[in-house]
Ligand binder design. Structure first.
Ligand SMILES: [Zn+2]
Ligand SMILES: [Zn+2]
Ligand SMILES: [Zn+2]
Ligand SMILES: [Zn+2]
Ligand SMILES: [Zn+2]
Ligand SMILES: [Zn+2]
Length: 211
């Protein structure tokens, strides 16, 4: 008997339900959604957390637009060590010292020259060596410390790296952001705003209101 009763109740419930549905639909009318103005869409702020007004800062170049690469020429130090000949401290690079030595005068004999005076041969002081018999001759003596080379060993010195200008790195344009430091946000295409389905009308553009 329980089964029979059950069947009757179900049947009645179904009819009630159907009636309610029909009357509720009949009691509603379709109106334009005020929230989206009937478009079914709403403009919302870009959902990408990295988006700044439509732009994404380039992390590849740290927003600089350029990328720094360590200079291979100086290994990043900015300077190069070179070697040069160390100037001789003894002759200061002059290689030679001016010297003077006495050489025998070729115009006389021991400073005296014979001349004829009143038919007699007399000896007078040589005018070239002024009677000294020798004349001073200057010559160059090679420096004994450097052997006349002017330098003594080698010394190191540093010069600014010509490849990086002393910076230790060279900059090149970032290829990811094309040197701009940022690129358009792929979520909003650079517009900073995205179109979303209106949540009031589920994108339909209209809602039902009770009459
Ligand atoms: Zn809407
Ligand atoms: Zn020297
Ligand atoms: Zn002389
Ligand atoms: Zn360098
Ligand atoms: Zn970049
Ligand atoms: Zn965006």
């Amino acid at each position: 008997m329980g089964y029979k009763w059950h069947k009757i109740i179900m049947k009645k419930l179904f009819i009630i339900c159907l009636t309610l549905c029909v009357t509720s639909v009949m009691a509603q009318s379709r109106v334009r959604c005020d929230i989206c103005g009937g478009s079914g869409e709403r403009v919302a702020k870009c959902t990408n957390s990295k988006c700044h007004n439509g732009a994404i800062y380039c992390e590849s170049c740290d927003y600089k637009g350029t990328k720094d690469t360590r200079c291979s020429n100086c290994s990043g130090s900015g300077s190069l060590t070179k070697y040069r000949n160390k100037t001789c401290s003894y002759c200061h690079g002059n290689k030679y010292f001016p010297m003077e030595r006495q050489e025998k005068c070729t115009h006389c004999r021991n400073g005296q020259r014979p001349t004829t005076q009143n038919g007699q041969t007399v000896y007078i002081n040589c005018s070239y060596c002024r009677g000294a018999g020798t004349i001073p001759v200057s010559y160059k003596a090679a420096c004994r410390q450097c052997g006349g080379r002017g330098y003594d060993g080698q010394e190191s010195y540093s010069v600014t790296c010509n490849m990086c200008g002393g910076r230790g790195y060279s900059s090149s344009r970032c290829t990811k952001c094309e040197g701009k430091g940022c690129y358009p946000c792929p979520t909003c295409d650079g517009y900073a705003k995205i179109k979303q389905k209106c949540q009031s009308c589920w994108g339909e553009g209209y809602v039902y209101v009770k009459d």
